[in-house]
Design a protein around this ligand. Sequence first.
Ligand code: VG1
Ligand code: CO
Length: 544
Amino acid sequence: MNVHTVSTQPFSDQKPGTSGLRKQVPVFQQRHYLENFIQSIFNSLDDYRGKTLVLGGDGRYYNRTAIQTILKMAAANGVGRVLVGLGGILSTPAASCLIRKNQAFGGIILSASHNPGGPKGDFGVKFNTSNGGPAPEKVTSAIYETSKTLEGYQIIEAPDIDLDTLSIVQLGETTVEVIDPVADYADLMQSLFDFDRIRDFIKSGRFRMSFDALHAVTGPYAKALFEERLGAGEGTVQNGTPLEDFGGGHPDPNLVYAHDLVELLFGDNAPDFGAASDGDGDRNMILGRNFFVTPSDSLAVLAANATLVPGYQDGLAGVARSMPTSAAVDRVAEKLGIDCYETPTGWKFFGNLLDAGKATLCGEESFGTGSNHVREKDGLWAVLFWLNILAVREQSVEDIVREHWKTYGRNYYSRHDYEAVDKDNATTLMENLRSKLDSMPGQTFGNYQVKYADDFSYTDPVDGSISKNQGVRIGFTDGSRIVFRLSGTGTQGATLRLYLESYEPDASQHQTETQAALADFIDIAEEVAQIRKYTGMDKPTVIT
Ligand code: VG1
Ligand code: CO
């Protein structure tokens, strides 16, 4: 085998963020940039030689190039077997499923998720560990430390592998299997949900649905599941072919970027149900006819209805949500008598809870929901969960959510994003806020009194690890909250996220438009943080 050791200079900026290393494509195209990061992954692991690695990505620009490089580096570094998705495609949840099913030591997923793609867009590399989940902080820190002093990487000289034919080939001493990216994942879905019942419901003529894959990775998965296995018919999946630049769009399933689907669901003759996924297939947006389900409410509704679904019919061990996610699911947990965990933003924090059997369902306000079936959030899983509930209850999405509010009260919720803000200004805004925290409790703003103000810190209940500075929270005595944090996935300047939540138990007050219901808190946020001044913006870039 022709192994080369290539000498290299370390890069100083290979610190993984909320979800892997994300940079603009030209950064990854720098000589040795990708190779250095991949070698840093191998160097920071022990005990992977001779074992299996799962490899694939969301199909964005640079995916194929990166896969060929990683295959040759895997061979040079002594990986036993690599399972790579046909065409280089693997959704994030499908990769998680494959890691677990094949007892792989880990997976490398090439994606910048919801960030735009193309030669001037973003690219990303995530490393998942043997439980199928995103590497926890101790692993990503080790990778980063390694990258800072790396002097060389190993690669073999070999022709490129044909990624477009299902095959098993040798690359040096490493076996490379080009596998069907969909089959195992679709089988797992079929084992959790009542496909017969959903199929009957879809075929009954009483229900119409539309799914928008936004030209990202879920197209082939959604076609196999909805159109083929569930009989929803051709055309149910829109924009179902993964494109390197996502057709110029932003593969982020929210009211702004999934506008075609939103128009359809809010237009004349709208279908009963609409859903969309992001670049790498781990996010979901759920719409009913003329109705948007916030991700926080979606998590709460899934938890409250879990026993209607075969895979969860025995109930839930517990639930978990990221700190900025609304407390809607907390109320369900309370009623069910199960634990509810509050973690920092990022799926990696759910891994220990899922592995330890403390939580069954998890969710984030950023359109991410999942369960212990894999160790990633899972967009199509959430859509199937909703379909199963709808098929059993035979009510509209809106009726189900309104009934939920009636039972549990409504958590009005919104996130305001200020994108591409000057980094120093964003840091100053956060520092100013932090400096005010100690004096805030007891202070009043209009009708609201501050109950607590802190910078969220999390102690993992399983391994005791501590994660500090996870977001500034200001909580009021009536249960409402304002949260500020800076994004860890953006690639241009800084993104400020402002999360707003207020709780309304009275069902007669559940008809208010969300931004109007939160208006007082939007004003308080401006008063305490001077957002306009520091961002130079009059209004958020994106409101979800
Ligand atoms: C965002 C979301 C977070 C999510 C992360 C990765 O992170 O807020 O909830 O886990 O993206 O999602 P941040 O640091 O930008 O707020 V994905 O679909 O990009 O893997
Ligand atoms: Co994603």
